[in-house]
Design a binder for this molecule. Structure first.
Ligand code: FHN
Length: 439
């Protein structure tokens, strides 16, 4: 049945998924790192010696800090412990294939020396181009770099969250011009950048003038046709966000999965961004509430892969530029698991098998292997697998124990049971299946 389409000038710029090599690489990467770093990292979620409720990167508003006091943080921006190579080494150890850094969060402070503002690293005692050091170090490690850029800007005099007067609209469009210049600057200074992660597009001003987001998308594609950008940037002329008024995805992938996973595989490419504590992105010295374990993170990574999605884990480095111990530990544990089991994640997609309660199936898009990421050990000691009619298991091994072949038994029709190997370290394990058509 044909559904009438509403004519749109600034809706989705494409039908269906992107098929080019850059997007394919994004998809195959599967596992990414997020880095929230800015002036807020120096406050560490505390002001005047007191814990401040809310996300640490929002401390300016949450603690009602004056512009002047907040700006004073630039003078403490010394970063004696900052070493981009160390960040990159730890990211590599964790096994991520891409990393997204906050070049400018809502506070407006820029991690690179920008020609278009003074509110940047060049004005601090640190004085160096932090972004360049990051880009170089990560690129050296073979990790793709992506830039987070906040549209909301609490520092820029022309930013408007609402546009109600002529003065507002003049200011807002001057601000848009500033943004376009900064995006051009970022893409020109750091041509290694693979894509942009825009944020802060929910305010009424942006929703009212959706065309500005179309213009940014076009600008980026003119500068680099392979650039990747999520749906969060986009608003159509009728104010629809992420998906246009006709329900079509804008941008290259669904970017709305923040601290949550879909229940079933979305039709589009998608990415989930996750924090280790509840909702802290920037450095909060005092993590409260539930802190996710490496096992929980690994399970989410496997779940995302099993639904054709990417999973990005956030790090909030400390105000001295070093990484916090909990995050280093996390990187070590997840990395150790990825070393052994990464083949069930990288380049993998949804497997066409009926989901089972022990965990998640993934399938490699090229080599045809099916992987079982077992997160819940059955008390029966038997892992159930239901295959498509006519298929049988030719070979079945536990990753990391390649010599140890498991012997599946057919229980009924196309149903098999695999004796579960013993779990020693409390981490999920992966069984690799080679399937073939039955005799
Ligand atoms: O307000 C931000 C928040 O500080 C953080 O950057 C997250 C990351 O996805 N994005 C916004 C909230 O959606």
């Amino acid at each position: 049945q044909l559904i009438a389409q509403i004519p749109l000038k600034y809706g989705a710029s494409r039908e269906g998924k992107r098929t080019d090599a850059a997007m394919q690489r994004w998809r195959e990467n599967r596992f990414g790192q997020f880095i929230h770093f800015g002036l807020y990292s120096l406050a560490g979620g505390h002001w005047n010696g007191k814990y401040v409720e809310g996300a640490a990167e929002w401390i300016k508003g949450n603690a009602r800090i004056s512009d002047e006091d907040y700006e004073a943080l630039t003078r403490q921006f010394v970063l004696p412990e900052f070493d981009a190579r160390e960040w990159a080494r730890i990211a590599k150890e964790m096994g991520v294939k891409y990393s997204v850094i906050t070049t400018k969060h809502h506070e407006g402070f820029c991690l690179w020396p920008s020609e278009y503002t003074d509110y940047d690293v060049s004005r601090t005692p640190f004085g160096r181009d932090l972004l360049k050091e990051y880009v170089d170090a990560y690129t050296q490690e073979g990790i793709d770099v992506y830039f987070y850029y906040s549209i909301i800007d609490w520092n820029h005099p022309d930013w408007r969250s609402r546009v109600e007067t002529v003065e507002d609209s003049l200011a807002f469009f001057r601000y848009c011009d500033f943004m376009n210049k900064q995006i051009t600057e970022l893409m020109t200074r750091y041509p290694e950048v693979k894509g942009f992660w825009f944020d802060g597009t929910w305010d009424k001003s942006v929703v009212k003038f959706g065309k500005i987001t179309w213009d940014i998308e076009q600008l980026m594609h003119r500068l680099n046709p392979g650039i990747i950008c999520g749906s969060r940037l986009r608003v159509d002329e009728k104010g629809a966000r992420h998906f246009d008024t006709n329900g079509k995805l804008m941008g290259d992938y669904e970017q709305g999965w923040e601290r949550s996973l879909p229940e079933k595989a979305p039709q589009n490419d998608w990415e989930c961004v996750m924090t280790i504590p509840e909702n802290q992105w920037g450095y909060q010295a005092d993590w409260r509430g539930h802190i996710k374990s490496a096992t929980e993170i690994i399970e989410m990574l496997a779940a995302a892969t099993s639904m054709n999605g990417n999973f990005v884990l956030n790090f909030g480095p400390k105000g001295d530029g070093s990484l916090r111990e909990e995050e280093k530990q996390m990187a070590r544990k997840v990395g150790k698991w990825m070393q052994l089991n990464g083949e069930a994640i990288y380049g993998c997609v949804q497997a066409p098998l009926k989901p089972q309660k022990w965990g998640y199936y993934t399938r490699h898009r090229d080599n045809g292997f099916v992987y079982m990421v077992v997160c819940y050990q059955p008390v029966s000691g038997m892992l159930k697998v239901v295959l498509p009619t006519g298929s049988v298991i030719e070979n079945c091994v536990v990753l990391g124990k390649e010599g140890m072949e498991l012997k599946p038994e057919k229980s009924t029709k196309n149903e098999f049971v695999i004796p579960a190997p013993e779990v020693k370290d409390g981490f999920p394990y992966v069984i690799r299946l080679k399937l073939k058509e039955g005799d």
